[in-house]
Design a protein around this ligand. Structure first.
Ligand code: FAD
Length: 478
C-alpha cells in the first residue's frame, strides 16, 4: 500500500472538494481523487457545478440577459443604441474563461489547505482501501480511515431522443452552441430546461419546451408556478404540457421530434434539441463487488441522515445520494461529514435547502408550499406582495412577480417563503436565515429593511401575513 490517509474523497465536485478542504482544515490528512478532464485536456476540479453546470449556465444566462435588455428594455430608460448584436463564440469563450478561473481557484484552495490530489479514477475496495487508476493507466491503492464518495450525477438519456452532442444535445452540449439555433426544442420543463431554453430564447431562438407532465413546476408553490408559466410564456417560451416524446429523426442539420399530447400525435422540427429530463447518480466502477456499500432502489448510494453508508467509515454526499441535486446541498453535506469524521456533532437542516430557477424573473423558494401545508392539514396565514407595488422594482423596470410568505396560523412561525421576481434567490435566502432561527412573520415584519430595496417586498409580504402591510391593501384586516 503506497500511502495512508485519514480521509480519501472520490470526486472533486462541490460536495467532494468542500469536504476535502474542511477535513484538511480540521487537521485530517486528506486526499481527493478526480478524473474529469476539462476542455484543455487537463484535470479540472469543481465537478458538474463549475465545469458544466451552475456556473457556466449562469454565465450564459447573464450574457443573454444583458443582450435581451439592450435589445428590449434600454429604450424604456431613454437609451438608444445602434443595432445590438450577439457574438455567440465570444459569449461562450467568456463562459469558458470563468470556468477556467474557478476550477483553477479550487486547485489553488486544495493546495493551500494541504489536500493531496490524485488525477484519475477512484474505486472503493473492501477494507476502506481505494484504488486509483491514473491517467496513464497505472494503479495504486490508498489506505483510508474514512472514505467520502462524491461522484455526482450525469444527464439521463432517453431512447426516443439519443444525444449526439451535435443536433441532439444534453445540458453540457447546450452550453457550447456556436450560433443561435433558429428553432430550438427542449425536452423537459425542469430547472435546467427552463434556464437553457431562456438563454437561447433571449438571443432570438424560437423555443418550444416539451414537458411530459401536465403540471408546470410541480415542486413550486402553485400560485408561483401559475404566475411563472404566464410570464415565461409571454417571454416567448412555448411550453407544451402533457407532451410525451415518442421518437426523433435527425435529417441533415435538423431533427424532427414526434410526441403525443391531448390532441394526439404531433411532430415538430428543430435545428437543435436539448434533452433535459433529469440526472442520475454516477456509480460506474465506483465500488468493488465486495465493497459492501448498499444502494437504494433508484441506484443512489444509500445513506442515513448524516450521510453514513452501510459501511462504517464510508460516507456518500451530493448528487450520488438521495435528496435535491443541488450544489449547495452537496457542499453542506461535505462540511457535515468532514466535521463528523473529526468528532463534531454537525448536522444539516434538510427542510431548509433553498431552490432557485435562474430564469428572469427568478423563481426561488424555501420551506413548504401552500398546497403541501394544506394537504397536511396545517392551518396557515399567507401574505403576498407584488413587485408591481415595489418602488425599487419600478425604478429598475423589473416588476413581474411577487413574494409570498406562509406562516403557521397558530404560532405565526414562517413555514415557507416563495418568490418570483427580481433577486428572488437573494430574498429567499433572507427567508431561509430567518426560518433557521425560527422566525415568525411578525419578527420579519418588525425588522428594519433598507429603502428602497427589493427586500422590502419580503418585509411587506411578512406584514401582510397578519394584515399589516402598508404599501398594499390587506386582504385580511387586523
Ligand atoms: C446545467 C446545470 C445547471 C445547474 N445549475 C445549478 C444551480 O444553479 N445551482 C445548484 O445548486 N445546482 C445546479 N446544478 C446542479 C449541480 O451542478 C450539482 O448538484 C452539483 O454539481 C453536485 O455536486 P456533487 O459534488 O455531488 O457532484 P458533481 O458536481 O457531479 O461532481 C462529481 C465529480 O466526481 C468525479 N467522479 C465521478 N466518479 C469518479 C471516480 N470514480 N473517480 C474520480 N472522480 C470521479 C466527476 O468527474 C465529477 O467531477 C446544475 C446542473 C447542471 C447540469
Amino acid at each position: 500500500m503506497s500511502q495512508k490517509f485519514d480521509v480519501v474523497v472520490i470526486g472533486a465536485g462541490p460536495g467532494g472538494y468542500v469536504a476535502a478542504i474542511r477535513a484538511a482544515q480540521l487537521g485530517l490528512k486528506t486526499a481527493c481523487i478526480e478524473k474529469y478532464q476539462g476542455k484543455e485536456g487537463k484535470t479540472a476540479l469543481g465537478g458538474t457545478c463549475l465545469n458544466v453546470g451552475c456556473i457556466p449556465s449562469k454565465a450564459l444566462l447573464d450574457s443573454s440577459y444583458k443582450f435581451h435588455e439592450a435589445h428590449e428594455s434600454f429604450k424604456v430608460h431613454g437609451i438608444s443604441t445602434g443595432e445590438v448584436a450577439m457574438d455567440v463564440p465570444t459569449m461562450v469563450a467568456r463562459k469558458d474563461q470563468i470556468v477556467k478561473n474557478l476550477t483553477g481557484g479550487v486547485a489553488g484552495l486544495m493546495k493551500a489547505n494541504g489536500v493531496t490530489i490524485f488525477e484519475g479514477h477512484g474505486k472503493l475496495l473492501s477494507g476502506k482501501q481505494v484504488e486509483v487508476t491514473g491517467l496513464d493507466g497505472n494503479t495504486q491503492v490508498l489506505g483510508a480511515e474514512n472514505v467520502i464518495l462524491a461522484s455526482g450525477s450525469k444527464p439521463v438519456d432517453i431512447p426516443p431522443a439519443p444525444v449526439d452532442q451535435n443536433i441532439i444535445v444534453d445540458s453540457t452540449g447546450a452550453l457550447e452552441f456556436q450560433s443561435v439555433p433558429a428553432k430550438l426544442g427542449v425536452i423537459g420543463a425542469g430547472v435546467i430546461g427552463l434556464e437553457l431554453g431562456s438563454v437561447w430564447a433571449r438571443l432570438g431562438a424560437e423555443v418550444t419546451v416539451l414537458e411530459a407532465m401536465d403540471k408546470f413546476l410541480p415542486a413550486a408553490d402553485e400560485q408561483i408556478s401559475k404566475e411563472a408559466f404566464k410570464v415565461l410564456s409571454k417571454q416567448g417560451l412555448k411550453i407544451l404540457l402533457g407532451a410525451r416524446v415518442t421518437g426523433s429523426q435527425v435529417n441533415g442539420d435538423q431533427v424532427t421530434v414526434n410526441f403525443t399530447n391531448a390532441e394526439g400525435e404531433q411532430q415538430q422540427t428543430f435545428d437543435k434539441l436539448i434533452v433535459a429530463v433529469g440526472r442520475r447518480p454516477v456509480t460506474t466502477d465506483l465500488l468493488a463487488a465486495d465493497a459492501g456499500v448498499d444502494m437504494d432502489e433508484r441506484g443512489f448510494i444509500f445513506v442515513d441522515d448524516y450521510c453514513a453508508t452501510s459501511v462504517p467509515g464510508v460516507y456518500a454526499i451530493g448528487d450520488v445520494v438521495r435528496g435535491a441535486m443541488l450544489a449547495h446541498k452537496a457542499s453542506e453535506e461535505g462540511v457535515m461529514v468532514a466535521e463528523r469524521i473529526a468528532g463534531h456533532k454537525s448536522q444539516m437542516n434538510y427542510d431548509l435547502v433553498p431552490s432557485v430557477i435562474y430564469t428572469h424573473p427568478e423563481i426561488a423558494w424555501v420551506g413548504k408550499t401552500e398546497q403541501a401545508l394544506k394537504g397536511e392539514g396545517v392551518e396557515i396565514n399567507v401574505g403576498t406582495f407584488p413587485f408591481a407595488a415595489s418602488g425599487r422594482a419600478m425604478a429598475a423596470n423589473d416588476t413581474a412577480g411577487l413574494v409570498k410568505v406562509i406562516a403557521d396560523a397558530k404560532t405565526d412561525r414562517v413555514l415557507g417563503v416563495h418568490v418570483m421576481g427580481p433577486a428572488a434567490a437573494e430574498l429567499v435566502q433572507q427567508g431561509a436565515i430567518g426560518m433557521e432561527f425560527g422566525t415568525s412573520a411578525e419578527d420579519l415584519g418588525m425588522m428594519v429593511f433598507s429603502h428602497p430595496t427589493m427586500s422590502e417586498a419580503l418585509h411587506e409580504a411578512a406584514l401582510a401575513v397578519n394584515g399589516h402591510a402598508i404599501h398594499i391593501a390587506n386582504r385580511k384586516k387586523r
